[in-house]
Design a protein around this ligand. Structure first.
Ligand code: PMT
Length: 414
């Protein structure tokens, strides 16, 4: 089936070595039923010829704002309106910087400012250039403007380096474009979208006792995890929730286990992990607990030390232990960050061996901890999708849709 039938895709090509792969990308998009028009940056023709791109797309290729013939056929504003989506592949560091600055000094950047269509970019550059804080800041700016990132991949680079910055291969770009497009579902399709799958979710805070009256904890309410649990139940999944203290009641069809400490959460997860297809760690687990919990209330009068200190020991990393156990089909984490959020979340995903991670900025008190709304970026093997501020219920719906489409093969849902 042509999964992009009738879609108008405007492919922007900036001048990077990976541009030589774009005829294959155009061919693949056309094979999926898309109508493709190509716009090249000024120097992209050094890596791939407009003639080959015209041959595979079946349309004249444009590279300048000042082409009277082309403007007569379709002006650049009409072209921006024509596109159902814009895909820029490869997107060089320079192209990314110019888009982040909102420049409009060539046809491609002008189109990106003038369009209302979603824009996806597939970065491609040397690994040091990709890691440079300037590039990372520009990418964050673009995701805050709702640009979608596809890749980049890690590996050997044309310059001899090894690392992140390779353009994602054309087939994978096409797969991501298909995944990301909005596919309306009937209520009955939706109600069985997760049928036959067992999802386990940890949610809420953990509490680590200091003495019988005091504890170490955090501001998590458990709402984001419960929203995912409710949405998964409505889509036909079998749902287990391991909840920390003070998390509100859940639907009676959800298997619910209440715990207090990180150690209890760890044990409850592993006791019930068999047969879980998708594990989602939403809980804000305390990384440390008090080494020696006092059995009586600590009295100020008895301590006689104005600088009292508590010795803490590490708690187990629950989600990393789920990955290590290989008992769950997919393991997806959340990342609560206060700065450099995307960068930290990407490395957290790698460090913990997660299939995907969902990052939110918990320094913003209107979202994340203990609020009704959230704003997240979903980082997965096919790219990164930003969901702007909306209710935690709506975020849950988007995440479940995207998990099913990104991981359809692993979940046997094709
Ligand atoms: O509960 P709400 O008020 O609705 O707020 C939602 C939320 C802000 C708590 C949620 O969206 C969120 O960000 N959850 C992750 C909180 C967190 O602890 O993040 P982290 O970056 O410290 O941990 C990363 C991942 O490792 C998480 O999946 C976490 O569950 C897991 N983890 C962390 C430590 C640990 N010892 N064991 C773990 O499993």
């Amino acid at each position: 089936m042509s999964k992009l039938a009738g879609q108008h895709i405007l492919l922007g090509i900036s001048s990077g070595i990976a541009a030589y792969k774009t005829p294959a990308l155009v061919r693949g998009l056309v094979a999926q039923g898309a109508e493709v028009k190509v716009v090249m940056s000024e120097n992209a023709h050094r890596f791939v010829t407009p003639t080959s791109l015209q041959a595979v797309s079946g349309s004249p290729v444009r590279n300048t704002l000042w082409d009277e013939n082309a403007e007569a056929a379709m002006g650049h504003i009409e072209l921006a309106r024509w596109a159902d989506q814009i895909v820029i592949a490869p997107a060089t560091a320079n192209c990314i910087a110019r888009l982040a600055q909102g420049q409009a000094d060539d046809l491609l950047t002008t189109l990106c400012l003038a369009t209302q269509a979603p824009i996806s970019i597939a970065p491609s550059m040397n690994q040091q250039m990709y890691k440079h804080p300037a590039t990372q800041t520009n990418l964050q700016t673009l995701t805050s403007y709702n640009y979608r990132l596809i890749g980049p991949d890690h590996g050997d680079q044309a310059c001899g380096d090894d690392g992140p910055g390779r353009m994602t291969e054309p087939e994978k770009i096409i797969e991501t474009i298909i995944t990301q497009q909005y596919s309306p579902m009937t209520e009955s399709e939706k109600s069985n979208q997760w049928g036959g799958l067992h999802i386990m979710i940890t949610t809420g805070p953990t509490q680590e006792a200091i003495d019988p009256v005091r504890y170490i904890s955090n501001h998590s309410s458990g709402l984001q995890g419960l929203s995912i649990a409710n949405a998964a139940l409505a889509r036909g999944a079998k749902v287990s929730v391991i909840a920390g203290p003070r998390v509100p009641e859940s639907n009676s069809s959800i298997k619910r286990l209440n715990v207090t400490t990180a150690l209890e959460m760890h044990d409850a997860v592993h006791q019930h992990l068999d047969g879980v297809d998708v594990f989602i760690g939403v809980a804000a687990v305390a990384d440390y607990r008090v080494e020696a919990i006092k059995d009586k209330k600590i009295k100020r009068a008895e301590t006689q030390d104005p600088n009292m200190s508590l010795r803490l020991v590490e708690n187990p990393d629950i989600i990393a232990s789920v990955v290590a156990s290989k008992s769950a089909g997919l393991v997806i984490g959340f990342a609560a960050e206060t700065h450099n959020s995307l960068e930290y979340a990407r490395s957290k995903r790698q460090r913990k061996g997660l299939d995907a991670i969902i990052v939110n900025d918990v320094s913003d008190h209107d979202i994340g901890f203990n609020s009704q709304d959230n704003e997240v970026t979903f980082i997965h093997p096919n790219g990164e999708t930003r969901y702007p501020r909306q209710s935690k219920g709506q975020i849950a719906e988007h995440l479940l849709d995207e998990i099913i489409s990104v991981f359809s093969k692993q979940l046997d849902k094709k």
